[in-house]
Design a binder for this molecule. Structure first.
Ligand code: FES
Length: 111
């Protein structure tokens, strides 16, 4: 996956923002800007449909759907982007059908 650009999509809709998604996105952007990871783009995403479980963050094409993400989780997400393992404790909170729909949309090129 070394040559594949990876996307970190951070929900910026109302529910996730109310729970702190802006701080998560800003922290991720700061780590990318500092050069801690390369070939990674952090982008605000309009809503993943898992609004009750946010802040939600999707790593693509890894297909990791993270929920309840806080600024404190950012170092582990960055470590994943550097080649580390997925942060499994942030997974599995959203309905699998919702996750699959999002991944299908992203596969269709809607990144
Ligand atoms: S508000 Fe974030 S998933 Fe809908």
């Amino acid at each position: 996956m070394a040559d594949t650009k990876r996307h970190v999509l951070v929900c910026n809709n109302v529910d996730c923002r109310a729970r702190g998604s802006d701080a998560v996105r800003e922290a991720l952007c700061a780590r990318v800007a500092a050069g801690e990871v390369t070939n990674v783009e952090v982008t605000a995403y309009p809503c993943f449909g898992g609004c009750d479980f946010g802040p939600n963050v999707v790593i693509y094409p890894d297909k990791c759907f993270y929920s309840g993400v806080s600024e404190g989780d950012v170092p582990e997400i960055v470590a994943q982007l550097q080649g580390g393992p997925p942060v499994t404790r942030l997974t599995g909170k959203v309905d699998p059908m919702t996750e699959e729909l999002i991944f299908e949309l992203l596969d269709a090129g809607l990144v």
